[in-house]
Design a binder for this molecule. Structure first.
Ligand SMILES: [Zn+2]
Length: 198
């Protein structure tokens, strides 16, 4: 068994993961250690595969084993509709719901005065360049319904509205203050189908 220092180091590391406190981190670490030859071995192998094979898509910012990613290179998807999301978890939430057939653009973050996240920290120039090519007719801004998400939405709108692309945003169904990634499929579908121009 590893010594206590090694366990504490791992717990401290895990406790910095999103949504994980020190108590949950300790539970996860002990769970892994108790199942060293089954779960831990599989997790190590999966992490190794992830490290060696995952790539950030050069077009949309999604993560896949190829770049451009499977979504960007899929010719059956609608290239005239672009859904802008804050993070990859949002993209995967929309994909899981299974109704959207356009392409995506991952910003990687949202503007936040509190956390010091500025326009330089989000992939707006990549979005602008894609739109400037002229193939995209509608941009769906699928950002969270909190202050930072809405600030980001209107900042981007100001930047891209001179390009003449239709800009819509998700409508009813998104509770105020909520992150997209936690919504169920039905709520996501309702929000998309009732989107409105801004
Ligand atoms: Zn992509």
């Amino acid at each position: 068994m590893p010594n206590v220092g090694e366990i504490e180091r791992l717990v401290s590391y895990f406790s910095r993961f999103p949504g994980m406190g020190s108590r949950s981190a300790l539970r996860v670490v002990l769970h892994l250690l108790k199942r060293k030859n089954t779960v831990l071995r599989t997790v190590i192998s999966s992490l190794s595969d992830l490290y060696n094979n995952c790539k950030v898509c050069e077009i949309c910012g999604n993560i896949d084993v190829i770049t451009p990613c499977a979504i960007c290179s899929n010719k059956h998807r609608d290239s005239s509709t672009l859904c802008v999301v804050e993070g990859i978890a949002d993209l995967w939430t929309i994909e899981r719901a299974g109704f959207y057939n356009g392409k995506y653009h991952v910003l990687g973050n949202k503007l936040s005065a509190v956390e010091g996240i500025t326009p330089d920290d989000i992939n707006i120039s990549g979005l602008y360049n894609r739109l400037a090519q002229g193939d995209i007719k509608e941009v769906i801004m699928a950002l969270s319904a909190d202050l930072d998400g809405q600030t980001t939405l209107f900042f981007i709108k100001d930047k891209i509205e001179n390009l003449g692309v239709k800009i819509t945003t998700l409508s009813q169904g998104i509770p105020i203050g909520s992150d997209l990634e936690y919504l169920d499929n039905g709520t996501i579908l309702a929000a998309f189908s009732q989107r409105r121009g801004i």
